[in-house]
Design a protein around this ligand. Structure first.
Ligand SMILES: [Fe+2]
Ligand SMILES: [Fe+2]
Length: 310
């Protein structure tokens, strides 16, 4: 019982799940199990001091403050922006392992159970592959708002909500996010890892879409889906907050008007508009129709202008 309560504390997403010690024999068993799935792909050496994505990837090539800063400051901003992307991917994959395991237990057919167990293993390989490139090898805990949102979401017991928000929307979103990370990545090994994620992520999305469409969506589930997605879409509406935060972390305090200028130069409104359109396009099918409509009415697909991003 005590054990049960303890593991419960870490939640399904496991953002704070601890690691075993360096000498723990479990590491050897894990690494041989991973090797049988991934071959030598988990042995990349990661000594590169070069950033994984360039300034243009973050839209920083259009930002005056960035252009005017010293070369070391520019490098530091790019490093922080890249680290944010990697750490976010790491925790998303970690949450994915727990989420898929939860869905194994919630499965209503043998095939569904088989599929989710395979998916959980996909997320484990993704987690192991991303780990190679992290600045801090085994991070625990995060204050990233999206990850906290994700961790709350996976705790819900409403399977319809999980299928739609997590698998149809977030996995679908992840697919285009990873495609984008692969395309812009300067490190060929990391780029090919993101590329390899695509097939699995598209299966995760497709399974969610199929299972969601086989379900009766109750009024309560629909209301929760709309509330949850409104929260998620707002994180997209507010533009590239983490890029602005990275600039501020390196260059020091920025005034409100400087921040507005930054969001303008980053073309936040267009940037968010494109992402919001993509998210809307994931909500296809008859059952999603009323969800889209309710979100439209709330203006949830409208990107914020620069003044509102600050
Ligand atoms: Fe994944
Ligand atoms: Fe996934």
């Amino acid at each position: 019982m005590a054990q049960y309560l303890m593991s419960k504390d870490f939640g399904i997403a496991g953002l704070n799940l601890p690691h075993v010690s360096e000498e723990d024999k479990l590491r050897r068993v894990l690494s041989s199990a991973l090797k049988s799935r991934l071959g030598n792909q988990i042995e990349f050496s990661n000594n590169s001091k070069n950033p994984y994505w360039n300034a243009a990837h973050f839209g920083l090539d259009k930002v005056k403050l960035f252009q005017d800063s010293r070369v070391e400051q520019q490098a530091e901003i790019l490093r922080l922006c890249g680290e944010n992307l990697l750490e976010e991917a790491y925790f998303v994959e970690k949450s994915g392992v727990g989420y898929m395991a939860k869905m194994v237990l919630l499965a209503e057919t043998t095939e569904e159970r088989m599929l989710y167990a395979l998916f959980s293993s996909d997320e484990v390989t993704h987690l192991a592959q991303i780990s190679q490139f992290l600045p801090e090898k085994e991070p625990i805990g995060t204050d990233n708002a999206f990850l906290r949102f994700l961790a709350d979401l996976v705790e819900t017991d409403d399977k319809t909500v999980l299928l739609f928000v997590l698998q149809v929307m977030l996995e679908g979103w992840g697919l285009s996010h990873y495609r984008n990370l692969a395309k812009g990545c300067l490190n060929p090994e990391l780029s090919s890892i993101f590329e390899q994620f695509l097939q699995a992520e598209s299966q995760h999305h497709a399974a969610g879409y199929t299972l969601f469409n086989q379900r009766q969506v109750t009024k309560e589930s629909r209301a929760t889906i709309v509330e949850t997605l409104a929260l998620f879409l707002q994180m997209v509406q507010v533009g590239p907050q983490s890029v602005v935060a990275a600039i501020e972390a390196v260059l020091g305090h920025l005034s409100r008007s400087q921040k507005i200028g930054l969001f303008e130069e980053l073309d936040a409104e267009t940037h968010s508009g494109t992402r919001l359109n993509l998210l809307r396009s994931l909500m296809r099918g008859e059952k999603a129709g009323t969800i889209v409509q309710e979100l439209e009415e709330r203006g949830a697909f409208q990107p914020f202008p620069a003044q509102k991003c600050v």
